[in-house]
Design a protein around this ligand. Structure first.
Ligand SMILES: Nc1nc2c(ncn2[C@@H]2O[C@H](COP(=O)(O)OP(=O)(O)O)[C@@H](O)[C@H]2O)c(=O)[nH]1
Ligand SMILES: [Mg+2]
Length: 282
C-alpha cells in the first residue's frame, strides 16, 4: 500500500521540518509513503522551507497556493493531488507537532480492519495535553453536538489526524465538498459513515503547539455549528448497508488494555452498534 501524508501549512516554519522528517521516517518503516505539504503562501517562509525539503528528499512534495484559503480547501487540493497519482491511502496531519508523526503506523495498521482511522483524543488512552480548559470544553462540547445532531457514533469527529482508504475519498466525492475548518473534518467523517464505510478511532495524545499561533477562529466554529445542524436535519441518522469491504473482519476481537481501539461496526444499524476493543492489527 502506498500512502500519502498531507500536511496543510500556514506559518509553520518553526516545526515543519521536524514534522515532515518524522513523518517520512515513520512511513519508511511502514511500506512506501510520501509527504505532501500544502502551503498557502505563508508569509513566514514555510513554503520556501517546504520547497527546500522537497528538493532534498524525493518522498517530500509541496503544493504552493496563493493566499490563505482555509484548511478544508487545502485538504481538497491535497486529496485531489494524491488521488490523481494513485495513492492507496491518504492521511491528514497538522504541521505544528500537535500530532505525533510516530503515531502514523498505528493509524495505517488500523486500516487492516477499517476504511477510515481517526486519531482520537476522546477514547480510552487518548488525551489532550496543555489545552486551556475553554478550548477543551469547546472541542468536547462540539463533538457532543455533532453526535446529538447527526447520530454519528464518534467521540472525536473534529480530529485532524486521520488515514483514509482512497476509495472512501472517491466515494464521498471529497474534492467537491464546500466546508472548511472543523466542519470539513466532520463532513468527511459523516459522509463516510453514512455511506457505510467502517470507521475506527485510534487513541492519540494531542499536545498543544509550543510555537506559532492557532488558526482557529469564531468563523470556523460558527461554520461547524450551522453546517452540522443542516447535515443533521437533511441526512439520514443511520449508515447505508455496504458490501465488498476490503478489510478482513477480525475473527475473534481481543481486548487489550495497552492498546485499546474503539471500533464502530458500520455495517450495522445504529441500534445494533456496539463497541469492541481490538488489538492493533498486525
Ligand atoms: N494550507 C493551509 N493550512 C492551514 C490553514 N489553516 C490552518 N492550516 C494548518 O492546519 C493545521 C491545523 O491548524 P491549527 O491552527 O494548528 O489548528 P488547531 O490545532 O485546531 O489550533 C496546521 O498545520 C495549520 O498550519 C489554511 O488556511 N491553509
Ligand atoms: Mg494546532
Amino acid at each position: 500500500m502506498k500512502s500519502l501524508v498531507i500536511v496543510p501549512t500556514f506559518n509553520e516554519a518553526a516545526t515543519l521540518q521536524l514534522a515532515v522528517n518524522r513523518a517520512a521516517r515513520a512511513l519508511s518503516g511502514h511500506g512506501s509513503g510520501d509527504v505532501l505539504v500544502v502551503d498557502d503562501g505563508s508569509p513566514d517562509g514555510t513554503g520556501v522551507l517546504a520547497a527546500r525539503l522537497a528538493d532534498e528528499q524525493p518522498c517530500i512534495h509541496v503544493l504552493h497556493r496563493t493566499g490563505k484559503q482555509g484548511l478544508g480547501s487545502a485538504y481538497r487540493a491535497g486529496f485531489a493531488w494524491g488521488l490523481e497519482r494513485g495513492y492507496d491511502v491518504l492521511c491528514e496531519m497538522d504541521a505544528d507537532l500537535s500530532h505525533d508523526p510516530a503515531d502514523l503506523p498505528r493509524l495505517l495498521d488500523a486500516l487492516s480492519h477499517a476504511d477510515v482511522a481517526i486519531g482520537s483524543r476522546y477514547v480510552r488512552a487518548g488525551r489532550v495535553v496543555d489545552w486551556p480548559k475553554r478550548r477543551l470544553a469547546l472541542s468536547r462540547g462540539g463533538n457532543a453536538y455533532v453526535r446529538l445532531l447527526t447520530g454519528v457514533p464518534l467521540r472525536d469527529a473534529t480530529a485532524g489526524f486521520r488515514a483514509y482508504r482512497a476509495q472512501v475519498l472517491r466515494a464521498t466525492d471529497v474534492t467537491t465538498l464546500e466546508s472548511d475548518g472543523y466542519a470539513f473534518q466532520i463532513e468527511v467523517a459523516l459522509r463516510a459513515w453514512r455511506a457505510g464505510f467502517r470507521l475506527v478511532e485510534v487513541p492519540i495524545v494531542f499536545t498543544e503547539r509550543r510555537t506559532g499561533a492557532s488558526k482557529m477562529s469564531h468563523e470556523i466554529v460558527s461554520e461547524a455549528l450551522w453546517r452540522t445542524a443542516v447535515w443533521g436535519l437533511r441526512g439520514p441518522r443511520r449508515p447505508q448497508a455496504r458490501s465488498g469491504a476490503q478489510w478482513a473482519r477480525p475473527s475473534a476481537p481481543q481486548a487489550s488494555a495497552r492498546d485499546p481501539e474503539r471500533v464502530l461496526d458500520l455495517t450495522r444499524t445504529p441500534r445494533q452498534h456496539h463497541t469492541i476493543s481490538l488489538r492493533s492489527a498486525k
